[in-house]
Design a protein around this ligand. Structure first.
Ligand SMILES: [Fe+2]
Ligand SMILES: [Fe+2]
Length: 465
């Protein structure tokens, strides 16, 4: 079969000789990377996976058994809209960019590389997880997320190779060379260098860190650079499932914990105590907040002015798309105290996007708290204040308690074991992680899902081991 028949696409790949040449060089390296850094121990197994085959809303995906290295990673963009316009910024209303505008070339490349780098990074972080899966259903979901992150890497590599010439091709190569957590060649963003080596971390990651992805992609889906906007619009279709995995995964852990709480001591019964779940929420939520960038950011202003990166649902939920006059009031640390500061709105757009994200996360918390209530529990989970445990932006370098009050470094040091997973917590969670691979069976620390995948029951053999 022709190589290009193996790559489902709607970018006219069979006619595009230049792109073919670039992909011909990159593809074997990608497959080497996948074998080296993709899910360890399962490469030859048949997995019931969804594959994107078109952009039709009612039939975009195909479900079937496939070995992961044979997955048909494709290149899909939402179809172009005739007469697309730039939807915001200084050039609002002008024709959208179909090629990279020279003056924004570096900014655009940086945006695409930063997004692209997160995709393979998460596959690397999750590489060992299959060995301790709580069920075949969960194992399949892990691999689904992994192959689609692989496809998202392809999506960004397509943009680099198609629109950025030589330096784009170099960046595409570098995306396969960095490694999550490697001190010499780390991934670009810090949350993507954190280990994700047990399933509680995995569910938190897909809940909180993939959800950052949703907001970044949504902001880029508004972009005046049309190929980027259309790529991100389609990626969001797949991303929804990743967040579903995290959201429902945590829901099932919380539910099981609540059931065990009624029976006795959760630890004695082999479950995950609520306080350990809370600490993991605190950890991943705070790291994911950093991914939005500094609270006050000239980059965010420049990207908006240039029409490259908009706000969440820019076209749908705002009327003023120029945003030259508005201000935003935020809390900053000044002379050792929290004070209000007024900032030009364009410089506060990271914070605006972060606020949308936090609102979305709160809905997840409400669902988990409902699971607690449904089991008759009065305990509740919560999100930490957004100043807590930050490594980037206005609050980095200061210390805050879980409610966002300024405290000393000493006090933080003293109390952090209350708020963040300790070595002992992590070891305890790890001690529960034993593989359960019999169809229909599930680990003791998590409840089974309400339904299976694509109409199949939970008992279905989602991965043939
Ligand atoms: Fe992704
Ligand atoms: Fe994702």
């Amino acid at each position: 079969m022709n190589l290009y028949d193996r790559i489902p696409n709607n970018v006219n790949l069979s006619e595009d000789k230049k792109l073919q040449r670039a992909l011909e060089k990159w593809l074997p390296n990608y497959l080497d990377w996948w074998r080296e850094m993709g899910p360890d121990g399962f490469q030859e197994k048949d997995v019931y996976l969804r594959t994107a085959i078109s952009v039709e809303p009612d039939g975009w995906a195909n479900f079937d058994f496939v070995k992961m290295p044979d997955y048909r990673w494709g290149i899909f963009l939402k179809p172009a809209e005739p007469d697309a316009k730039i939807g915001f910024g200084d050039n609002y209303g002008e024709a959208a960019y179909q090629e990279v505008p020279g003056e924004f070339r570096n900014s655009l490349r940086r945006i695409i590389v930063t997004q692209g780098d997160t995709e393979p990074a998460s596959v690397e972080q999750q590489r060992e997880l299959g060995k301790t899966c709580p069920s075949l259903y969960d194992l399949r979901n892990l691999f689904q997320v992994n192959v689609e992150e692989g496809r998202h890497l392809w999506a960004m590599v397509y943009l680099l190779q198609r629109y950025f010439g030589r330096d784009g091709r170099d960046e595409a190569d570098a995306l396969l060379e960095r490694r999550s957590g490697n001190p010499d060649k780390p991934r670009i963003l810090e949350a993507f260098n954190q280990p994700c080596d047990d399933w509680l971390n995995f569910f938190c990651f897909t809940m909180f860190t993939d959800r950052d992805g949703k907001y970044q992609l949504s902001a880029l889906a508004e972009s005046g650079f049309e190929p980027l906007a259309r790529t991100c619009q389609f990626m969001l279709t797949e991303e929804a499932h990743h967040m579903f995995v995290g959201d429902t995964g945590l829901n099932r852990v919380v539910k099981r914990t609540a059931q065990l709480m009624k029976e006795g001591d959760v630890r004695d019964l082999g479950g995950i105590p609520l306080d350990i779940i809370q600490k993991h929420i605190n950890f991943w939520f705070s790291y994911s907040l950093d991914l939005f960038g500094g609270e006050i950011s000239s980059n965010s202003a420049d990207f908006f002015a240039a029409g490259l990166k908009g706000r969440y649902k820019e076209r749908e939920q705002y009327e003023d798309h120029i945003v030259a006059e508005q201000n935003f009031t935020m809390k900053v640390v000044e002379d050792g105290q929290l004070k209000d500061r007024e900032v030009a709105m364009r410089n506060a757009l990271n914070e605006v996007l972060r606020t949308e994200y936090i609102r979305d996360c709160e809905k997840g918390l409400a669902r988990w708290n409902k699971a607690l209530a449904d089991e008759g529990m009065s305990e509740r989970l919560f999100l930490p204040n957004s100043r807590f445990h930050r490594h980037l932006g206005e609050y980095a370098g200061h210390h805050f308690d879980i409610e966002g009050n300024l405290i000393s470094a000493g006090e933080f040091e003293q109390r952090q074991a209350e708020w963040l997973p300790t070595m002992a917590d992590r070891e305890y969670v790890r001690s529960l992680m034993h593989p359960v691979v019999e169809p229909g069976k599930i680990a003791n620390w998590i409840a089974p899902p309400a339904t299976g995948i694509k109409g199949k029951p939970f008992e279905f053999e989602y991965v043939r081991l």
